[in-house]
Design a protein around this ligand. Sequence first.
Ligand code: URA
Length: 214
Amino acid sequence: AKLRAESESLARESDSLDKLQKSIAEFDGLSIKKTATNLVFADGNPKARVMIIGEAPGADEDRQGLPFVGKSGQLLDKILFYIGLDRQAEDPEKAVYISNILNWRPPGNRTPTTAEIEIALPFIEKHIALIQPEILVLCGGISAKTLLNETRGITKLRGQWAQYNPQTEIGVEKNQTQALPTFHPSFLLRNPAQKKSVWQDVLSLQKRLEQSKA
Ligand code: URA
């Protein structure tokens, strides 16, 4: 609870992306920082309508300091490209912004612990509040359950649009951000038969983006 209070207060004081990145980098309350090589903060265009949130960096991400750059990242890029989205795009209509629940790689790619997630929550909620995306795409069970405050698993949640309601007061935001949970690309690499449900999810995302175009 003390570490969570500390991360909350740091997140509260971070009123820009640069400051938030610095606060996360300097925060010593997550022991995974000690075993990680680089902080993995974000990639893509902060003006994007869509923000994608994964679980935690893997080995490739840890080496490069960027989210989703390994095998699952390549699959994610391919899925996004299918509906005309691209993390390199300058046009906010085509752009995405990408981050993770945890910004440090858990050793051996183990699953984040409940304690780590609780401590990191103010950071990711502040991150979302600074970006103010229209849509959140939540990749995998950890991301979906954490940000939707859900106990149901990803198989139940995927493909179902949900209202994002921040759990910390730091996360309060003006937009009515809608969230779409979907399977994590690394799960798809292990279970290719599930790809068709993710194609459905991204088509639903594309439809929503077209409908709500300003
Ligand atoms: N898996 C994730 O959840 N995030 C990454 O950045 C890479 C792999």
